[in-house]
Design a protein around this ligand. Sequence first.
Ligand code: USQ
Length: 394
Amino acid sequence: MRVFIAGVDGYLGWPLAMYLTRRGHEVAGCDNYFRRDWVAEMGSQSATPIRRMTERLQAFRENFGVNLEFIKGDLRDYNFVWNFFRAFRPEAIVHLGEMPSAPYSMLDVHHCVFTHTNNLAGTLNILHSMRDVCPEAHLVKLGTMGEYGTPNMDIPEGFFEIEYRGRKDRLPFPRQAGSWYHQTKVHDSNNVTMACKLWDLRATDIMQGVVYGIRIEEMGDDERLVTRFDFDQCFGTALNRFCAQTIIGHPITLYGKGHQKRGFLPLRDSMECLAIAIENPPEKGEYRVFNQFDEVYDLTALAYKVQEVGKKLGLEVEIRNVENPRRESEDHYYNPDRERLTALGYKPSHDIEAEISVILKTLSKYRQRIEARTHALIPDIRWDGSRKEVRFLK
Ligand code: USQ
């Protein structure tokens, strides 16, 4: 299948290009290197050294025997998207090209507005280009489990049956985002739903949990093929940050009470799920939703897991609660469904300790790169708009 990846230079996009190529797909992608700039803006860097795109592409060619067709470009530019689709004629479009950080979107009005214009305009341009150039193609749109928030009831996959005043219907499950970033994903979901309805497009909206991990098999031993691994307060996700902290003996930072629950999945499971979605497109006009995660974890339990695996590798780290810079429930019910991907063959790996061990062993090579950016580990972006480093609570 011809697959176009928007955001191919990113944490997920780069390994996905390799993963899909190994599965026999023809892959093309675009990026405007925003992620590199945002992390630099945060005064941080990827723990893994990321090569320039030309070097990445050369390594790709040497390892996979084919070219990854790449064009630098901005999804906010409709002509760019239209032209790329016209030339490549994608059968599937994986949209990973958005600003993915909740704290970054909460920084101030400028970062909030940027996140909204960037994410919404990119998706709207993709939808319009699909309508005009490749209406048969399948959009695999990266959403987030965070669209649902943390309601005090089970979370279905996108839709639920509801009875109100004696009448029944199947309606979208309420969305309750907790940051301006998560809110962009909610708007995107509404826009994608409407495009499917109006123009008979087909789309899968992936409600993905928190991804962690550093390696997939396809990278082999070639250092030029590694994906980025961020650990700063904006672009590092919880478990990845805990691992980076463990490597340099910095206390693991649990925000607030630390009993937030989230769905987590390792990088390679994310690749498998996206591939399954691509290879099993929905019907024309269908908008479907997959909840994508391996298991739900309480953050404190997760921190203990990292501490334990670290100990086996001779790494000592303490776990500390810090003031929560976010406004969120810190102890709550969380029970999302995850059935549609397993019905299509997804086998969750369920081996989080093994994955943490791989992360820690790989990261130990890059200890100095984390040490050089220790300041990036303590958050100071608060949901109330102020900017002040959080205090340790106990
Ligand atoms: N947290 C800590 N300590 C840390 C970092 C985070 O306790 O050092 C807590 C946060 O308060 C939050 C939870 O861990 O309760 C998850 O935070 P996160 O930064 O790993 O994840 P989040 O901000 O929700 O965003 C990440 C990705 C985003 C994706 C989302 C999936 O950045 O792109 O959409 O995970 S989900 O969380 O399911 O919405």
